[in-house]
Design a protein around this ligand. Sequence first.
Ligand code: TMP
Length: 208
Amino acid sequence: MDGAARFITFEGIDGSGKSTQIRRLSTRLESAGIPHVMTREPGGSPGAEEIRRLLVEGDPERWSAETEILLFTAARRDHLEKTIRPALATGRTVISDRFADSTRVYQGATRGDLRRTVDVLHAEMIGREPDLTFILDMDPRAALTRGLGRGNGEERFEEFGLDFQERLRAGFLDLAAEFPERCRVIDAGRDAEAIADDIARTVLEVLA
Ligand code: TMP
């Protein structure tokens, strides 16, 4: 790979430690003098943050999986136009907490077989894959305790329960097998520092 900016995503079940690891990676990139932006989905641009509230708050049964796919895709399109593309175009690496793989797994694989619908919309409206994706893999029971412990009113997906998180975990591992060139599965049940070391080593190799 050449030294250009890269699009890096973090994926995994709720409570798998993505935000912590993204912050740690950002600190390491800063020390290495690598320009980058941290962002997240749903959200990452003012319009997409407004859509986020509709998605992560309230009754779990508030939206069908089909409606969710449309809302997540609308938010992603705005995020891509307003944040991701401009950053990459000006040489900044983008680190995003979730992207299209979350829709493939949360909406496409766990609540009815909607993967084809997700893929059609993705091809039409987004058409971009990350250069590198970390899948933080861990025991759903431990992760769920962490996720629900936050108490920030954004637990709509955690409230689908343990079975749902088990299906998500399997879905993310299948996805890693489907896209082996860009996906790295990380054992996220370990010490945060050890995980951060693995991630930083891989990112610095890819950016070198
Ligand atoms: P977060 O807790 O990682 O910020 O994400 C908010 C929730 O939205 C999380 O439970 C995962 C879910 N989600 C989807 O269901 N589909 C998607 O496409 C994305 C980006 C997130």
